[in-house]
Design a protein around this ligand. Structure first.
Ligand SMILES: Nc1ncnc2c1ncn2[C@@H]1O[C@H](COP(=O)(O)OP(=O)(O)O)[C@@H](O)[C@H]1O
Ligand SMILES: [Mg+2]
Length: 305
């Protein structure tokens, strides 16, 4: 049985098709990353999977239960951390956890689960701190705790790491792996491309359509619509401006200290690129074909689709 199943989900808001015929199956214990730029339909998909939003058509299932027909069975199975999660800022850490656990559990179990969450997320020193007084990273962690406090099998996390520092982000990912090891299923949206590599599988959504769905490795290595050449030079911006004007170039992007050039054939493009650089008096520190990164693939897919 799949933990999460989307079967031809469609959501229209008036003339906007926010989610357009999206299907996937996610296994128990999987960390599934759902990536896409702002407005591509990630949150809308999550809301349909949680039963918060009725699909225009198609079905969503959690642990084999139809989300809309059997919402009462689905509710205790899922945890949901929304993008702008509603923590009660005038309640303390333990009061927030208690409140959320009580939505699902009888008082005694709620107490036990709140305590477990305080321990596993390291909230002991902040137990009586008001949510409003927590730093961004800890607030986000408390939001995660509130989504997990009733010990659901399937967890939907909508941009859980948005805006938090790299160390907190790292801690959160370690925690996700721990959950997956305990057979929990995680559905995580993010717009940080480097987080894509941390997921077991990823889906890339673009304008409401699923453009790719596979493991990060297979997405990178399976992409063959064109080839990527990397260039490193001291005067990056000048090189970028010149290369962009060349005929026969599909796309040019700057990534940190490199320029990635998408071309039909690297072998044919490399001597041409070298000639242009040399003619302009630009140093060439590196110029060669590389395997596309996840980001290269997603940028390319968004141009092709
Ligand atoms: N409740 C709503 N009413 C009307 N349009 C909406 C609503 N929710 C989302 N949309 C639109 O649907 C599209 C997808 O939005 P969303 O799912 O929030 O994207 P993402 O989470 O990927 O940023 C956007 O064009 C957005 O404006
Ligand atoms: Mg969103």
């Amino acid at each position: 049985m799949n933990a999460i199943e989307a079967d031809r989900l469609v959501k229209r808001f008036g003339k906007v098709t926010a989610v357009d015929d999206v299907s996937f199956q996610i296994e128990k214990g999987e960390i599934f990353g759902f990536l896409g730029p702002n407005g591509s339909g990630k949150s809308t998909t999550i809301r349909m999977l949680c039963g918060i939003l009725l699909p225009t058509s198609g079905t969503a299932k959690i642990m084999g239960c139809d989300v809309n027909a059997e919402i009462d069975r689905v509710k205790p199975l899922i945890g949901y951390m929304s993008q702008s999660f509603g923590l009660y800022s005038d309640l303390t850490v333990e009061e927030n956890l208690w409140f959320y656990s009580r939505l699902y559990l009888p008082a005694r179990t709620a107490g036990e689960k709140s305590e477990e969450t305080i321990a596993s997320l390291g909230f002991e020193p902040y137990r009586t701190t008001l949510a409003a007084q927590l730093s961004g990273g800890w607030r986000q962690r408390l939001a995660l705790g509130c989504a997990l406090v009733h010990d659901p099998d399937v967890v939907f996390l909508d941009e859980p790491t948005a805006g938090i520092d790299p160390v907190s982000r790292r801690t959160m990912w370690d925690y996700f792996y721990g959950l997956a090891e305990r057979e929990k299923t995680l559905f995580v949206t993010t717009h940080y491309m480097e987080e894509a590599e941390r997921c077991h599988r990823i889906g890339f959504i673009w304008n409401g359509r699923l453009a790719a769905l596979d493991s990060p490795y297979r997405i990178r290595t399976g992409f063959n619509a064109h080839e990527i050449v990397t260039i490193q030079t001291v005067r990056l911006n000048e090189a970028f401006r010149r290369i962009r004007l060349l005929p026969g170039i599909i796309d040019v992007n700057i990534y940190g200290e490199e320029i990635h050039v998408a071309v039909p054939r690297a072998e044919e493009a490399i001597p041409r690129l070298r000639a242009v650089m040399e003619a302009a008096g630009l140093s060439v520190e590196r110029l060669e074909r590389i395997q596309p990164s996840i980001e290269d693939v997603f940028v390319s897919l968004s141009k092709i689709m």
